[in-house]
Design a protein around this ligand. Structure first.
Ligand SMILES: [Fe+2]
Ligand SMILES: [Fe+2]
Length: 332
């Protein structure tokens, strides 16, 4: 049975109200993003500049998340779901999967819309605009463009399906952690929770899409695409270093300080382990679908650390629990 059979009763766009920051009824808006998910904000060179600097960076991180979401839905997921719904994906899919794809288009358009809307509300309420949105694109976009160019001509076109499958079956720490973090404004948690609930259904759909896609490819096509899958996973999950550098510059750090903060906040070994942890469910699905059967693909997964398990450890990062929950200084 399709998980979308009860879509009318369950979908956020049908059931959930518009989330408004003003409705929180708090003068103290707390933290805007869980600091443990943005380790640069807890680096000693940043915390030495005071609480307001930390909060400012976390606010920019929320904006980046909202911008990432809007961009991801509109660029990577909606076009693919539209193709599936119209029977132009190149895959032979059961009828209900085509019908369900329409519901995914609607869900994702709603997610893009409410993320954009919420960012506007935050800017109006805090008087602090988003620094990243409208400027440098979120890092996953140039990363995917680069991967697309590395693909041989005979598999061009398949990558969009694959990018959508990867992004829709990753379990981001944000979707899991933000709704539970009581230090954040209620509306921020609700915006992310609304999204996470819909994504649970999408996750199952795209997992099933993977099971249709992979056997439909020829061994040659699988051999060309498979080794790139780890890089696709990293494209979505690795931190956006460039935007973090922009934010650190905006709060007054010098170029050498920015390099130091980024290098020490995201040591490559720790980032690899964190990406592997976030991708572990997806890697299991990929394995079950036969993606890792190809020797070169398996090797690429091994080299990228995605087959390693084990909790990552960090030097500076705690959950940020020591941060006092004082009101953020707004410029307005
Ligand atoms: Fe979504
Ligand atoms: Fe989705």
């Amino acid at each position: 049975m399709s998980r979308f059979e009860r879509w009318d009763d369950l979908a956020g766009v049908r059931r959930k109200p518009r989330r408004t920051l003003g409705a929180d009824g708090r003068t103290d808006l707390g933290l805007f993003f869980p600091p443990q998910l943005y380790p640069v904000a807890l680096h000693p060179l940043v915390t030495a500049r005071g609480d307001a600097t930390v909060r400012r960076l976390l606010l920019q991180r929320l904006y980046d998340y909202l911008d990432f979401t809007t961009e991801l839905e509109t660029v990577a997921v909606i076009p693919v779901a539209i193709k599936i719904s119209r029977g132009r994906s190149g895959l032979l899919l059961p009828e209900h999967m085509r019908a369900d794809a329409f519901k995914i288009v609607t869900d994702e358009a709603w997610h893009a819309q409410f993320s954009d809307d919420f960012a506007r509300q935050v800017a109006a309420e805090t008087g602090i605009p988003s620094q990243g949105a409208g400027g440098r694109p979120p890092a996953f976009l140039p990363r995917l463009d680069e991967l697309r160019e590395r693909l041989p001509a005979h598999v061009r076109g398949v990558e969009s399906l694959l990018f959508a499958i990867v992004s829709e079956t990753l379990i981001s720490g944000i979707l899991a952690d933000v709704p539970r973090d009581g230090r954040l404004p209620r509306s921020v948690r609700e915006v992310v929770r609304d999204h996470a609930e819909d994504e649970g259904r999408h996750h199952i759909y795209f997992r099933s899409l993977l099971r249709h896609l992979w056997p439909a490819l020829t061994p040659r096509e699988r051999g060309a695409i498979g080794p790139l899958v780890p890089a696709v996973i990293h494209a979505f999950l690795e931190p956006d270093y460039a935007r973090a550098a922009d934010h650190l510059a905006a709060v007054g750090l010098s170029a050498p300080e920015i390099d130091q903060v980024i290098a020490e906040s995201w040591p490559p070994a720790v980032t690899r382990a964190e990406v592997a942890e976030a991708a572990s469910t997806l890697v299991r699905h990929l394995r079950e679908a036969g993606v890792l059967d190809d020797a070169r693909t398996y090797e690429a997964f091994e080299n990228s650390g995605l087959l390693e398990a084990g909790p990552p450890s960090r030097r500076f990062v705690t959950d940020g629990a020591s941060l006092p929950c004082t009101p953020m200084e707004f410029t307005r």
